[in-house]
Ligand binder design. Sequence first.
Ligand code: CUA
Length: 337
Amino acid sequence: MGSLPLFPEQASTIAPEVDHLLYFLLTVAVFFTLLIFGAILCFAIRYRRRSEYELPREMHPGITLEIVWTVIPFGLTMVMFTWGASVYFDQSRPPDDALQIYAVGKQWMWKLQHVEGQREINELHIPLGRAVRLTMTSEDVIHSFFVPAFRTKQDVVPGRYVTTWFEPTKPGKYHLFCAEYCGTKHSGMIGWVYVMEPQDYQNWLSGGAPEGSLAANGAGLFKQLACDNCHKTDNSGRCPNLTGLFGNTVQLAGGGTVKADEAYIRESILHPQAKIVLGYDPVMPTFQGLITEEQVLQLIEYIKSIGPKPGTGPGGGSTTSPAATRPGTAGAPPAKR
Ligand code: CUA
């Protein structure tokens, strides 16, 4: 025994929650399976046909029985629903201070990108005891980021960002899988998550990102693509000033607002005509096909890095509205790095 574990290790804060719910579902399922099979067996023997000409007696079960077998399953399913919903909400809301890491799935590998600049393929190093928020996308087809020990499975969809989060509770090495059939080498799209003591993680981080941080690369790319010709920081450009944009609310031409999060910035780079900022002309060309998903991430981190600094409020750009100071609209944590 012990060589064939029934369950993967519990290595994240959410893992026990998921397991308890699963145990409950299993218990209910096993109990009713036994009850129903037992009843079928007993009744088959007890009420078997004893002669050729025997006719069954007509039965009218009382209203009490009807109520009991309606109310009990209803109660049980409501427990499953509320319990499941609460686990789901826990799993879908990353804490504000979570460590941001990006993941891009492609046939057939996981590319992971730390904000500090480290890039990994099919390996992810994370610190123990710290919530990690993954913002993920795919370059081609649907993949699914699955770490059984964390009880984390999240589909990764081309053309949009999805997020998931987990907080590892045990140092160690855990399997990472792709859990969505994505082509001939789907089964090879696997890797490892390394949970390290915080100090070891710091050492690992400082161990080298020769290419510099995501934001620094993004700043270079911003110049290289000549974004700064139009997005000037003194509001004199033809396009909105991006300083202080991230996490704020943007007024759109034709009414409506949008929150400047990762998905909005990605869309504005790849589909600039989708949402036009109030007071500006739709002059921006698309960068679809010209830059990779990784470069989009660099630009996003650059825009985050020139985002509102704690305590200074919106950067005064005309892209942000006064509404940005409303509680709840400036909810995204400012980039602290
Ligand atoms: Cu990627 Cu299966």
